[in-house]
Design a protein around this ligand. Structure first.
Ligand SMILES: *[C@@H]1O[C@H](CO)[C@@H](O)[C@H](O)[C@H]1NC(C)=O
Ligand SMILES: *[C@@H]1O[C@H](CO)[C@@H](O)[C@H](O)[C@H]1NC(C)=O
Length: 139
């Protein structure tokens, strides 16, 4: 009986750790992100220039993600001027905008990716990459 209880308690503890751990975000490795980007087959579009290759594009996107510290839970508020009220927030490793990419429910957004901004700050980057791909395709 005692054994069963402690197994349950361990399971509950693991769940708590999982839930609270998720709020801290996950730090992706560059290689992990690169692999995810490669798997997503993001198209190179003409607006990126004639010389852009898929490898160049992926390198640029990894570089862009480095501004978030590869943190899947990254959120940054951008005020119009220092100390002014926040006008937009950027979400996730690719710092996608709540005026353009996703809907935070707090301000008008084009919501190009038709998704809630909160989905961009969970541990799963596949939806972030899907949104990035949608944004690029809609350019
Ligand atoms: C990731 O970003 C979130 C929100 O900006 C922050 O609270 C968290 O501490 C960051 N995680 C790490 C490991 O830096
Ligand atoms: C947006 O997402 C909602 C729910 O996920 C779906 O019902 C709706 O059809 C989507 N709209 C577009 C334009 O894709």
């Amino acid at each position: 009986m005692k054994g069963v209880l402690s197994v349950k308690m361990l399971a509950a503890l693991a769940l708590v750790l999982l839930v609270f751990g998720a709020t801290d975000g996950r730090i992706l490795s560059k290689c992990e992100l690169k692999e995810e980007l490669e798997a997503a087959q993001i198209p190179v579009i003409r607006a990126m220039g004639n010389k852009m290759t898929v490898d160049d594009l992926i390198a640029k996107l990894v570089c862009m993600a480095s501004a978030s510290g590869f943190n899947t839970s990254y959120v940054k508020a951008i005020p119009a001027k220092p100390k002014a009220p926040v006008i937009r927030q950027l979400y996730g490793v690719f710092q996608l905008s709540d005026q353009l990419a996703c809907d935070s429910g707090m301000k008008p957004s084009l919501n190009v990716c038709n998704m809630s901004c909160s989905a961009l700050i969970d541990d799963d980057v596949t939806d972030d990459i899907a949104c990035l791909k949608t944004m690029i395709s809609s350019m």
